[in-house]
Design a protein around this ligand. Sequence first.
Ligand SMILES: NC(=O)c1ccc[n+]([C@@H]2O[C@H](COP(=O)([O-])OP(=O)(O)OC[C@H]3O[C@@H](n4cnc5c(N)ncnc54)[C@H](O)[C@@H]3O)[C@@H](O)[C@H]2O)c1
Length: 340
Amino acid sequence: MSSAALPIAIIGAGKAGRQHAAALQGTAGCRVAVVVDPDETAGRHLADAYGAAWRSALDDASDLAAAVVAVPHHLLEGAALRCAEAGLATLLEKPMALDLGGADRVSDAFASRGLPLQVGFVHRFREESRAAYALIREGRIGRPTFVSEVKPYGVQNTPAWVWRRELGGGALLYNGIHGLDRIRWLTGLEALRADAAGGALTHDVDVDDTIAGHLRLGGGALAQVLVQLSPFPMDGHWTTTVYGTEGAIEVRTGQGLRGWGYDGAFAFGVERCDRFSAQAAAFVAAARGSRPPAVTAHDGRAALAIALGLLESAEHAVSVAIDAGPAGSDDRTSSTGGTT
Ligand SMILES: NC(=O)c1ccc[n+]([C@@H]2O[C@H](COP(=O)([O-])OP(=O)(O)OC[C@H]3O[C@@H](n4cnc5c(N)ncnc54)[C@H](O)[C@@H]3O)[C@@H](O)[C@H]2O)c1
């Protein structure tokens, strides 16, 4: 590919789209060329900030090489399929689609065209997450046996669609799914079964604002998941603790990590946390063909499968086997771990 700056479209000029645009603007090798949003005010406002063009829809993509899709959940699949059709390398926000059939259609559309697709699990790009990943891979805590994933989050301009079931809303799909990805990614273990309770405890809505669940993971390991979107303002934060046969590591958003083991305890903080920029750099590298996508379609589908399993369990009070996906869907070429 040439060294010219890659022209990228931001599809969806909302909360996430604005963060992606700012991150891409500071990333070498690309430029925000187009902003697509049917809301002209939002679309033009973001486009003007980056000297980009505004379009109400992605009808013409002939001047583009890549796209970032950040639209409400019920529109993610359709927008992603349109990007694949147009031949655009794509960074697709979680949860990819509303159901596993949709995630598979998206995955197939990109795979069949040999186009890079990266899924937006931006938390993987936090310094503290990457440090924990590296330490666990080094064997610092031995074999992971148990994970505690706690993610309370206070309402902070949460878009209205997040509270509507038919639009793919709910705390777990909007926010908690990052923690489900974190469990898989940090432990390297897939979830096999989900049991959960939850629903609308803090808002008068028909989707979940609270989920308390547990997962059975491969190798006999277990995880507990606590997610809540609270009605009062509260900084978004999470604490993930991975316990192993030889130690434990606790990661806290923006604060760093602590660990314990037979050699004693350790701790370190983080200096800065520019996760969207690190994600953008990885995506541009994938779009240019210089490395595989940092978070794959398989990763996106697997996290969605866990989320849907927990939601089904909570709704019907049953234990749910996690859908592992079609045979051969395991394209675990994720490079987030050691190399970003
Ligand atoms: N990774 C993160 O930290 C993070 C944070 C927030 C949101 N998200 C994800 O980003 C996505 C969007 O969430 P949000 O909070 O930005 O929502 P939002 O409501 O703030 O923004 C969505 C935007 O999409 C636009 N839109 C609607 N239909 C469209 C279409 N057909 N084509 C183009 N644009 C269209 C809307 O007008 C709106 O401007 C979701 O998948 C969400 O889960 C990720």
